[in-house]
Design a protein around this ligand. Structure first.
Ligand code: C2E
Ligand code: CA
Ligand code: CA
Length: 893
């Protein structure tokens, strides 16, 4: 529906309205005609009825006149006079008059108009007016009644009309007249039909237009004549009828019925005003108008309602059109989305038949889109898919059964037989249909499991990582007291692994680590978890059901032995070692942090013991740890409290035994614990990063002291690897040298190979800068490491200090002597000086001299001591070793 059709309906309604208006108009007109016709008919009927009455009355009067005339008829005039004046006649006339109500009086007059007798007994000989009947000899007045004009009766005083007839003798001689005075109103027996309709009037006239009577009575009209111009005369002449005219009496338009009374001079006229005639019609028209208006109003209201309805419908239609356009668009979008989405999609109806599916879905299962048209049952698709070999689980039948039996609101991953993982998602719609998406998540699954594995495993060795180890430890711990009596935790730290990397390269290092991991797994099949915690740190843990199952101590030794076996990498033989800390936990309340910390303390202790050692955790280790923490706090104040001081030990020329250098060595006299050896607090200072301040203090002190020594005596100071790595070190040292006014070529620093092992960013740079400043660099404790000689290639040292562990055996053990000799030879090739440490006996001295060592240090030449009394005197060869000076005695005990 649209506005056009509404306009059509509106036009139709307008037409119907016009037609009904027209019909109403025609009806009104017709009714008017009918009303007028009816008024004319009624008026005419009334006129006839009244005319009938008047005629009867007139006939009765004629009879009365005849009777009256009969009383006085004679042959001559004298007899007539006598007869007329007789009492007999008077009585007869009275009797005649009394019989008729209309009669006012009956008179007989002579030819001169003199009253001869009066029925009312009026005086005789009264001369009244002359009546026309007397003057018209041509007329047969004896038979024809003359009607006079109304006048006031001289006998009764009432308004009367005279009916007269001529009296003649037998020979025709005029004798006089018989006259009857009539009250005109009495000529009509009743006026009631007239009163029924207002504005209806009745008039009795003579044919010459004189008004004898009128109802309703109008006194002034009586006796008047109708105007000569009135149409009335014509109608009377025509024998009567109905006509319309404006009344001469009241100027109203009237319908006038004229009825001349036969055989008399009288004319009855009945009229009704047009207004009265149409009064009923008017009411009808009003009613019609009201009804029509009402109908029109209702029609208008209905039309308006219809219009509103139409407008609503039109609006709805427009909205629907917009909606359908939007729907079409969204359908297109949907179709595009469907074909371009990365998932396979299929929608099933309530009965499990395909409603729609996209190409990707078909292709995922190697089906052609035509094979699964709308209407295909889900089961058929599953069968087709299975037939192509795409199903999950044991058998295609089980798969189909399983898939059909699903609740359809789930999400599952099908691991298909071809290795793909398909994420199948079911979404039920309220109407019972089902939207199913299929997404190939094979890669995601794989990478997820890879990520999950990576999150928990060490990529290199494929052992568990720290996270996995901690969670395994957590699980094991929870079982203490239930499944397990206790839990054993082993922490393994490889010795000398760093040099493997440095010497043979990272690839070789990786191979060693992988091999090491395999050996751990093989050697400890009882372990619940074997993990690599980081770098060269491994850990094992297992729950012990019963003691004696596996002895942790021997397990640890076995592992050390396994790790220490040589590794063969690319034809090279590599040897590393390991330290192990063992902790046994019998309390499930302990935290994994504490479990690890205890094993770590045991490991720390094992490492302190040297290479390839194991230690079981003991409560005193925790106490030692506490002590270390306390010492660290004390150390922070040691410089300020003046508790630190330096001692110096000479390094002498092997041949001349002259002092070449003095080595500065740190001492700490603790106010409570007494003298603490540097091995104990230097490490602590490193751990707490106090080493920089400590080193700087020592350097300043030493340089200041050395400034007073003879020119040929140099100073050598020990420098921690951490110091070397820190940025301000070179500057701090050169400042100390400069402010002491010392020549930098007199200063040497001693570093251990750990500095190079760790090789923190700045180390080699610092060494280079020091060398540029003219400061010499010595490699301390040479030989205790693992790949010693490789450092000579890495950095050009000025001096090597052979560790005292070699020196100790050099006099008795040919092997040690050979190593020393080989080292000396090699050093010579690299133009590096050799100093031997820890020389205590003349035999050692001789052997070292023989091997070609250039300089020596040891108690044989001098203890580390204060130099308050100047540089020490070096004892002559063959002199006995001196006792240790007090200042250098480490512990009072
Ligand atoms: P080191 O650099 O190897 O110092 C030589 C150590 O050997 C000194 O022990 C010295 O007393 C000892 N010694 C000297 N001659 C003999 C001998 O004939 N026989 C034996 N058995 N021992 C001898 P000390 O003073 O206890 O120092 C131990 C370590 O502490 C030093 O080893 C050095 O690595 C470190 N250290 C000492 N002072 C400092 C310092 O100022 N800074 C740094 N970073 N480390 C220091
Ligand atoms: Ca040293
Ligand atoms: Ca040393």
């Amino acid at each position: 529906m649209n506005s056009d059709s509404f306009r059509r309906i509106l036009g139709l309604a307008g037409g119907v309205t016009l037609l009904s208006l027209l019909a109403a108009g025609v009806a009104a007109f017709k009714l008017r005609e009918d009303a007028l016709a009816e008024a004319q008919r009624q008026t005419a009927a009334l006129a006839r009825m009244l005319g009938g009455q008047v005629r009867q009355s007139a006939q009765s009067l004629d009879l009365a006149l005849n009777e009256a005339m009969a009383t006085v008829v004679t042959d001559n005039e004298e007899q007539f006079q006598k007869l007329a004046r007789s009492a007999e006649t008077a009585r007869s006339l009275s009797a005649i008059a009394d019989r008729r109500a209309a009669i006012d009086a009956i008179e007989i007059e002579d030819q001169g108009g003199v009253t001869l007798v009066n029925s009312r007994g009026r005086a005789r000989d009264w001369r009244g007016p002359l009546y026309p009947a007397r003057d018209e000899p041509g007329r047969d007045s004896a038979r024809e009644t003359m009607i006079g004009v109304p006048h006031v009766s001289d006998t009764t005083g009432a308004m009367v009309v005279d009916f007269t007839r001529r009296l003649a003798s037998s020979d025709g001689k005029f004798l006089g007249v018989a006259r009857i005075g009539v009250t005109p109103e009495a000529l009509v027996s009743t006026y009631s039909p007239l009163s029924e309709m207002p504005d209806r009037s009745f008039a009795l006239l003579t044919r010459d237009g004189s008004i004898l009577s009128r109802y309703p009575s109008t006194a002034r009209a009586i006796g008047q004549r109708l105007p000569q111009t009135s149409a009335w005369y014509g109608v009377v002449a025509g024998g009567g009828g109905v006509y319309e005219a404006v009344s001469a009496f009241d100027q109203k338009r009237r319908i006038i019925a004229v009825n001349p009374v036969p055989f008399s001079d009288l004319v009855v006229t009945v009229s009704v005003t047009r207004a009265a005639a149409l009064a009923h019609w008017r009411n009808q028209v009003l009613a019609i108008a009201v009804c029509t208006s009402l109908a029109l109003a209702i029609a208008a209201i209905l039309m308006r309602a219809l219009q509103i309805q139409f407008r609503r419908v039109a609006e709805k239609e427009a909205a629907l059109r917009a909606q359908s356009t939007a729907l079409e668009l969204s359908n297109q979008r949907f179709a595009t989305a469907l074909e371009n989405m990365s998932q396979g999609l299929v929608v099933f109806d309530k009965a499990g038949r395909v409603v729609i599916s996209n190409t990707r879905y078909a292709r995922m299962y190697a089906l052609a889109p035509e094979e699964i048209p709308p209407g295909t049952p889900a089961r058929d698709i599953l069968l087709m898919r299975s037939a192509k070999g795409f199903y999950a689980g044991q058998t295609p039948e089980a798969y189909v059964r399983n898939a059909m039996g699903r609740t359809f609101t789930d999400q599952r991953i099908d691991h298909l037989t071809d290795g793909r993982s398909i994420l199948v998602n079911h979404a039920a719609c309220p109407d019972g249909s089902l939207v199913v998406t299929h997404e190939d998540v094979t890669e995601r699954e794989q990478s997820n499991s890879r990520i999950a594995h990576m999150a928990m495993h060490d990529e290199l060795t494929q052992l568990g990582n720290r996270a996995l180890f901690l969670s395994a430890l957590q699980s094991l711990k929870r079982e203490i007291g239930d499944a397990y009596k206790h839990v054993v935790l082993l922490l393994i730290d490889l010795d000398a692994f760093k040099p493997v990397n440095d010497t043979f390269g990272h690839i070789a290092g990786d191979i060693v680590l992988r091999e090491c991991a395999q050996r751990l797994l093989a050697a400890a099949p009882y372990a619940h978890v074997v993990a690599r915690l980081g770098g060269d740190e491994f850990a094992l843990a297992w729950g012990v059901v019963d003691t004696g199952f596996v002895d942790p101590e021997s397990a640890a030794r076995r592992l050390i032995a396994e790790i220490s076996r040589p590794y063969s990498v690319h034809g090279e033989t590599i040897t590393i070692g390991a330290c192990i800390g063992v902790a046994i936990h019998e309390d499930r309340q302990i935290s994994t942090d504490d479990m690890l910390r205890r094993a770590d303390l045991a490991l720390y202790a094992a490492k302190a013991d040297g290479a390839n050692r194991m230690r079981m955790f003991a409560p005193d280790m925790e106490r030692d740890a506490v002590t270390r923490r306390e010492l660290a706090v004390d150390l922070a104040n040691a410089i300020a409290n003046d508790e630190l001081y330096l001692v110096y030990q000479p390094i002498v020329d092997a041949k001349s035994r002259q002092i070449r250098q003095m080595e500065a060595l740190l001492r700490w006299r603790h106010p409570v614990r007494g003298l603490i050896p540097p091995q104990e607090f230097v490490g602590l200072a490193e751990e707490t990063r106090q080493i920089d301040a400590l080193g700087e203090w020592a350097a300043r002190r030493a340089c200041a002291a050395a400034a007073s020594w003879p020119e040929e005596v140099g100073l050598t100071v020990n420098v921690s690897p951490l110091q070397l790595a820190s940025h301000g070190f070179v500057e701090a040292l050169t400042r100390a040298i400069d402010s002491a006014g010392l020549a930098s070529h007199r200063v040497e620093i001693e570093i251990t190979e750990t500095a190079l092992l760790q090789n923190r960013g700045n180390t080699l740079g610092s060494l280079g800068k020091l060398r540029e400043c003219g400061i010499s660099i010595a490699l301390d404790d040479f030989g205790t490491g693992f790949s010693s000689l490789s450092y000579l290639k890495q950095f050009r040292f000025d001096r090597l200090k052979i560790d005292r562990s070699f020196v100790a055996d050099v006099a008795r053990d040919a092997g040690s002597a050979a190593i020393v000799s080989a080292t000396v030879e090699l050093a010579r090739a690299f133009h590096v000086e050799i100093t031997a440490e820890g020389v205590e006996t003349p035999a050692q001295y001789d052997a070292l001299r023989a091997a070609g060592v250039g300089s020596m240090q040891g108690y044989l030449f001098g203890w580390p001591d204060d130099i308050e009394n100047g540089l020490p005197a070096i004892p002559a060869p063959g002199a006995l070793m001196r006792p240790a000076p007090l200042a250098t005695r480490i512990r009072a005990a």
